[in-house]
Design a protein around this ligand. Structure first.
Ligand code: GSH
Length: 218
């Protein structure tokens, strides 16, 4: 059976959500971020991203990784493209043109959205209050205004990014956009993005994934 290494409070949400949509069963091997632990290398430490045993799986020391019948893959969004194509159906590209578009939008989300949306999340919510810098969050919001407008225009015709239907690339982009939700001004300025994200977050597979995420300590 497919193994996903990671925890719900990590980018493992991405393949977990996708597997829920595809109906693909998996085993979650809990691997926590090493930086969350006081001593990640202690003998009693749980399996974490700095554990020698995990570094044999992913020498980058990051989650998620997957083991699919011996094929080891890292990088959450590449994992999702692989799983969608392997299992086929409406979430996968139907031809090489859609494949190109899905790869393009995934690379766009990784380079144009995620680095900035993470800064918003960190400096508005997740860092200890003393380490938050409102200027960093504000600059990241400014940097996302144009990418959000680009996404808004792409969604205008059908409400989805590729092929006029819900696909893996909606998951890949939405998971990068989710980190910016503490900047409501970006969504108010881009109603198609706002409606699209709400529609995706209403999907049973997303809600099931988030319900399990809520059970993990923050
Ligand atoms: N580009 C990678 C990033 C993976 C990543 O940074 N994962 C975080 C958890 S969400 C992690 O493992 N951090 C551990 C660390 O920084 O030590 C992906 O999308 O899979």
């Amino acid at each position: 059976m497919l193994k996903i290494y990671g925890i719900y409070r990590s980018r493992a949400t991405r393949p977990i959500w996708l597997c829920g949509e595809l109906g693909v069963p998996f085993t979650l091997v809990p691997v926590i971020q090493g930086y969350r632990l006081p001593d990640p290398l202690a003998a009693a430490a749980p399996l974490n991203t700095q554990s020698p045993d995990f570094l044999k799986i992913n020498p980058n020391g990051r989650v998620p990784s997957i083991d699919d019948d011996g094929l080891i893959l890292h990088e959450s969004l590449a994992i999702n493209l692989y799983l969608a194509k392997k299992h086929g159906g409406p979430l996968a590209p139907v031809n090489i043109a859609e494949d190109g578009l899905m790869t393009m939008w995934t690379a766009w989300a990784l380079t144009s959205v995620e680095p900035l949306s993470i800064q918003i999340l960190q400096h508005r919510v997740s860092l200890p209050v003393a380490e938050r810098d409102p200027k960093v969050a504000d600059a990241a919001i400014d940097g996302l205004r144009h990418p959000f407008a680009v996404l808004d225009a792409a969604l205008a015709a059908t409400g989805y990014v590729v092929g006029g239907r819900f696909t893996v690339v909606d998951i890949n982009i939405a998971e990068c956009v989710r980190y910016a939700m503490t900047a409501p001004e970006l969504f108010e300025a881009n109603p198609n993005v706002k409606a699209w994200l709400a529609k995706l977050h209403a999907r049973p597979a997303f809600k099931a994934m988030m319900a399990k995420r809520e059970l993990e300590p923050a």
